[in-house]
Design a protein. Structure first.
Length: 265
């Protein structure tokens, strides 16, 4: 009986050591917290967590994980974590944290509630992964796309009081918003009398384009600038009818920029 008990304990210790060694080799940080203790402190962290944050076990065990947060850690992410833990729901969030040396990193954090029957208690297991490189790439791509959209909406001054906005390619809702912002800024600075929007090189558009022109006309009218449309294809004119009654706007339309300039002058 005693030998069986001793063997069972030895087997349990060996099993625990195996699990610990396996978790230490996981390519992510793993922590366990005890919500039964005050402030839900960490009671375990694996090697991956120490490698990720730069802290040693004795520096962090017994503390709440919030010490990884900084001044610019969004409260939206923090509240999502708090709410999920309060409701025993699995939480997945990307949160900005800080290492021991003060350097920031983006932490893809997953938190699970685990109930241990033998102990009659639940614990929280947090799995943490550094996704800084992916976040930086996404932000860089977003910046490039923004620049492409900005450069694809060039406003060219032709002469005193007249500028042209040559549109090329595809017009969608996002590009229309970019266009409205660019035009608003340009006209505010230039105080143009006329803005020619040339659509001869637009090869595709969605239904929102018609309302976009309507909004553009209203915006420029308030700023004291006349909108002139050139290069409208017959298919576009036909499709405009259900979405916006341009006849009410008294829009100036011409076949080409050259004809528009001749008439304006």
């Amino acid at each position: 009986m005693d030998h069986h008990y001793t063997f069972s304990k030895l087997e349990e210790i060996q099993q625990n050591e195996f699990i610990k060694a396996a978790i230490d080799r996981v390519g992510a940080g793993v922590v366990i917290t005890d919500p039964e203790q005050e402030d839900n402190p960490m009671i375990y962290c694996n090697q991956g967590f120490k490698d990720l944050t730069g802290y040693e076990s004795e520096e962090i065990l017994g503390r709440n994980c919030r010490f990884l947060q900084g001044d610019d850690t969004t409260q939206v992410a923090v509240e999502k974590i708090r709410k999920g833990m309060a409701q025993d729901e699995t939480v997945t969030v990307e949160i900005k944290n800080y290492k021991k040396d003060g350097s920031p990193f983006w932490n893809e954090l997953q938190i699970f509630s685990v109930f241990i029957e033998q102990m009659g208690q639940k614990y929280f297991v947090g799995v943490q992964k550094d996704v800084t490189k992916r976040r930086e790439q996404e932000e860089l791509i977003g910046h490039y796309l923004s620049e492409v959209k900005r450069l694809s909406t060039p406003i060219v001054p032709l002469e005193e009081g007249i500028s042209v906005l040559p549109l090329v390619g595809t017009l969608d809702d996002e590009r229309l918003q970019q266009m409205l912002e660019s035009v608003s800024h340009h006209v505010k600075e230039s105080k143009d009398d006329f803005l020619i929007m040339d659509m001869s090189a637009v090869h595709s558009y969605n239904e929102g384009v018609h309302m976009g022109i309507y909004q553009m006309n209203q915006l420029l009218d308030l700023m004291g600038t006349t909108l002139v449309i050139t290069g409208i294809k017959p298919s576009f004119a036909i499709q405009s009818t259900p979405y916006a009654d341009f006849s009410d706007l008294s829009l100036l339309t011409y076949a080409s920029v050259k004809q528009a300039l001749y008439s304006i002058r």
